[in-house]
Design a protein around this ligand. Sequence first.
Ligand SMILES: [Zn+2]
Length: 378
Amino acid sequence: MTAVTTDRLIAPHGGALVDRTGEAPADLDSLEVVTLTSRELSDLDMIASGALSPLQGFMARADYERVVDEMHLASGLPWALPVCLAVDSAPTGGRVALADESGKLVAVLEVEETFEYDKEREAEQCFRTTEDAHPGVARLYAQKPLYLAGRVTVFERMQPEFPELARDPAETRRIFAERGWRRVVGFQTRNPIHRAHEYLTKVALETVDGLLVHPLVGETKSDDVPVDVRVDCYRKLLDGYYPDDRVLLSAFPAAMRYAGPREAVWHAICRKNYGCSHFIVGRDHAGVGDYYGTYDAQLIFDEFEPHELDIEPMFFEHTFWCKVCGSMASTKSCPHGPEDRVFLSGTKVREMLGNGDVPPVEFTRPEVAQVLIDAYRQ
Ligand SMILES: [Zn+2]
């Protein structure tokens, strides 16, 4: 294979892709062990791959405080959410081994500092609520009381659930470059893609060179559609309705935080590292319950200076099939009323799928409906 330059793609956040993979040290077995939660483990793997560039490890206090207060790292670079490792006590040595929940050692952390943090303040700033009914806040409140900071070296990468969809930022960048794409739009999702979201991705794709469909495959709430079912839906949809040479399906290994607006910014920055120049932000991106206003995840981008993030957010309205227009549309592009729209509530859709009824083709592609019906029957 000839080398392809990725120079024409957007630069990674901070200028260079971080690579924190490496060899296990000879004295590994003598190190104190810190066990990571599944969220911390997915953060660790994303640090290793450069998906969280410029982070080289778990955040130190100066970065943490400024991110929580001002959505910037200590260096002044935008950053929206803490990436921290919670522990019970400060380690005694200068390095610790990091283990997954099964006890397997996966990385080494060079201890920079251990610091106290205020959970309620982090919740209020990052999640805009201190209620523990919010799944992200509940997880935060359940964390250990101190944060352990330091650069990591990962010698055992996570085993991806979908190896054929697991691509690090360096690999998506190489693929974009090979395909001659320069302007690439990223689409984050944690749901099956119905006609409304298919439409957003295609409207966005019309204006750029390529589309990265980048479903989140890390930890989600238990009532979200299971990831294997979703992946099956994405494959069916892409096979039937998108040109192969304009779209790439790949997995985004992050865990959901449900931090709404701040997570939208964080998702955008991560996709910039994967090589996306544009990022789709719909209504209530990464939201949960009614903690966030419909447009909060779009408005938050105004809190950054123009070009500070570099990646361009693309904002979309709620979309639907309009029977009069005879096409997908939104209130931005269609003058007709609600009575002319094909509208199905989430409850109604689940009821239909549960009964084995295929929703109208104006709402979802029949191939996608069939995957969901089969999943509901099991
Ligand atoms: Zn219309």
